[in-house]
Design a protein around this ligand. Structure first.
Ligand SMILES: Cc1cc2nc3c(=O)[nH]c(=O)nc-3n(C[C@H](O)[C@H](O)[C@H](O)COP(=O)(O)OP(=O)(O)OC[C@H]3O[C@@H](n4cnc5c(N)ncnc54)[C@H](O)[C@@H]3O)c2cc1C
Length: 389
């Protein structure tokens, strides 16, 4: 049986970033990065909207995103002069009705304390700044002036995985199908090929399938795939200053090159676990739910043309829509990097750095991720993020 010091299950943005930061932190033991589909066609990483924001409701999430922002700012220094993830720093604009205003203001106060560059604008100021925006029913909006926007997720993933080439990380193309645990320790991973890998430490970076991977070790993790549809459309009008707009209905829209992308229309009441093989967008959502909202918010979108769409699976934490980070309290050599619930792409670098520090130095140093620990899951004590988009 092959033996490694650290086995990481899942080689997309979370798993690859962790391997990278482990070496950055000086880990010299053996690392296996186990990925069942190196095309990443169904990974959330490549199916995401690839956006980054500081507009969260809790400080801990803001800190994670701000760390990743710092990495974006020094990408060329870290990965070479050709490193480019096409970061468009156009901001988020989160709109609130009168009823939602107190929450927007409370979130804004948290964001200000954490150094977020966010302006709170009333309806008149919004109209003056964005004349193409209809502010009916809007009391205010929070606009990211810097540090928020979108980027190329494929490029970021490729950059990190390319960065692993000279870092002595063994890439294993295989599916983990079982985990052998003896008492409070994981002993080995079973692969679909029938082979097994003995590991000193196992990190769950399996995205939407993290709940299933944890279950293989007899561990309950409330993370399941939730289908999210994204639609692409064209419009005659192009607004170069358009941020990623989040309407009070939860529907979002942002430019994507010469087109626009939109989503966020899934109904709370019917939202549930997705069939792991179902990647068909919920096409009626666009016409029936999204388009009327878009046309009301940006009147020029009355005349748009839908040109495509896709669906991906959120790594949805059903307890509190927040990440689960760090070791299992009893099974100490099983670590979580899961449950990001729609904001994991922008948090992966930060979580990877934090976990690498924990593994190498025995404690979080740069970002304290204790609040995201598994203890709250075991106790059923939510650590809730209000801004889940
Ligand atoms: C539609 C959509 C929009 C999103 N928009 C954003 C956004 O704008 N900003 C943001 O920050 N986040 C966004 N997210 C969330 C973000 O994409 C995820 O949180 C993040 O990519 C999770 O990364 P990951 O590496 O943990 O998981 P994934 O990217 O899902 O990767 C998990 C990997 O594990 C592998 N794997 C799973 N099980 C096994 C196994 N048993 N054996 C071997 N390999 C296995 C899979 O093949 C996969 O490659 C969005 C997600 C979706 C679906």
């Amino acid at each position: 049986m092959k033996t490694v010091d650290i086995a990481i299950v899942g080689g997309a943005i979370m798993g690859a970033s962790l391997a990278w930061y482990l070496r950055e932190e000086g880990f010299s033991g053996s690392i296996a990065l186990i990925e069942r589909d190196a095309s990443f066609q169904r990974a959330a990483t490549t199916l995401s909207c690839a956006s980054i924001r500081q507009q969260f409701s809790i400080a801990e999430n803001i800190r994670l995103s701000r760390f990743t922002l710092g990495l974006f700012r020094e990408l060329k220094a870290r990965f070479g002069a050709d490193a480019d993830i096409a970061f468009r720093e156009k901001g988020y604009l989160i709109l609130a009705s009168e009823a939602g205003l107190p929450v927007l203001q409370a979130n804004h106060a948290v964001q200000q304390r954490e150094g977020g560059d966010i302006a709170l604008l009333d309806a008149a100021a919004l109209s003056a700044r964005f004349p193409w925006l209809a502010t009916d029913g809007i009391a205010a909006g929070a606009l990211g002036l810097s540090g928020e926007g979108w980027f190329d997720a494929h490029a970021l993933l490729a950059l990190i995985r390319r960065g692993l080439r000279d870092k002595d990380v063994e890439m294993i193309g295989a599916e983990v199908v079982s985990i052998a645990r003896k008492g409070e320790a994981i002993e080995s991973l079973g692969l679909a090929s029938g082979e097994a890998i003995s590991a000193g430490l196992v990190v769950n970076a399996a995205g939407a399938h993290a709940g299933r991977v944890a279950a293989m070790a007899g561990i309950a993790l409330p993370v399941e795939p939730r289908k999210r549809s994204v639609f692409v459309f064209e419009a005659a009008e192009r607004y170069d200053d358009m941020p990623l707009i989040v309407d009070p209905s939860g529907i979002y829209v942002r430019p994507e090159g010469r087109t626009y992308i939109t989503g966020g229309a899934e109904a709370h009441e019917t939202d549930g676990p997705a069939d792991p093989g179902d990647f068909e967008p919920d096409w009626p959502l666009f016409e029936e739910v999204i388009w009327p909202v878009l046309a009301a918010r940006v009147p020029a979108f009355e005349a748009l043309r839908q040109t495509g769409g896709w669906a991906g699976h959120y790594d949805y934490n059903t307890l509190d829509q927040n990440a689960v980070i760090g070791p299992h309290p009893e099974v100490g050599n099983f670590l979580f990097a899961n449950g990001f619930s729609g904001h994991g792409l922008q948090q992966a670098s930060a979580v990877a750095k934090a976990l690498a520090e924990l593994i190498v130095h025995g404690a979080y140093r740069t970002i304290d991720c204790s609040a995201f620990g598994y203890a709250r899951i075991a106790e059923g004590r939510p650590f809730r993020e209000l801004n889940v988009i």
